[in-house]
Design a protein around this ligand. Structure first.
Ligand code: SF4
Ligand code: SF4
Length: 192
């Protein structure tokens, strides 16, 4: 082997990539810089910015049950959940308050991974810069809620898979309820 041939080969690869990057698309290894914000590269479906909460139909039908799992698993502990309660103080399966401090969130997606109710997902919205961190970047429930249509729009494959899973679970529940309501044939008749 000639001394220095590895360096020459490496430089040739660099030169080749430099030249061909002008002709390839960004996805195929071409130039991926654009004149932002006038031009934008389409985001990938699994692009992660910050989490949001999904509701079905109307915001009252939010999926979150205030189980607090996401808050416990969040590495920098930037999720705060307060469970709602009825007039007698009994806990309800919904949050009275749900807050995420986006200035602390590290976009890891752990909350989405651990939520057992398909309620919290990573958004595509990333242009949230603000000079007032406490007023603008601490997102409360009303700011966090987004519709399932929005979710389907930004992440169609994931949202459709979740919708299918939820539909199947609902059907199973209905079937089980119908079977439980049916009188059992081998049961002795109830005394009158
Ligand atoms: S993305 Fe990660 S850091 Fe941000 S709220 Fe979810 S778990 Fe916490
Ligand atoms: S978003 Fe999911 S994990 Fe977090 S409190 Fe609501 S239901 Fe529980």
């Amino acid at each position: 082997m000639i001394f220095g041939s590895g360096i020459i080969r490496g430089m040739f690869v660099t030169l080749k990539n430099f030249a061909t990057s002008y002709f390839r698309k960004p996805d195929e290894g071409g130039l991926f810089t654009v004149e932002y914000p006038e031009k934008r590269i389409p985001l990938k479906e699994r692009f992660r910015s910050f989490p949001f909460l999904v509701y079905d139909g109307t915001p009252e039908n939010l999926r979150c049950t205030a189980c607090d799992i996401c808050a416990r698993e969040c590495p920098p502990k930037c999720i705060y959940v307060v469970r709602a309660a009825d007039q007698d103080g009994r806990p309800l399966r919904r949050p009275a308050a749900f807050t995420i401090d986006y200035s602390v969130c590290m976009n890891c997606g752990m909350c989405e991974e651990v939520c057992p109710f398909d309620s919290i997902f990573m958004d595509h919205e990333f242009e949230i810069a603000s000079q007032d961190r406490y007023r603008e970047l601490v997102y409360t429930l009303t700011k966090l809620l987004k519709s399932n249509e929005y979710f389907n729009n930004i992440r169609p494959r994931d949202a459709q898979a979740v919708d299918k899973k939820r539909r199947e679970a609902e059907e199973k529940k209905k079937l089980a309820a119908a079977q439980a309501a049916k009188p059992k044939l081998d049961e002795p008749p109830k005394p009158v």
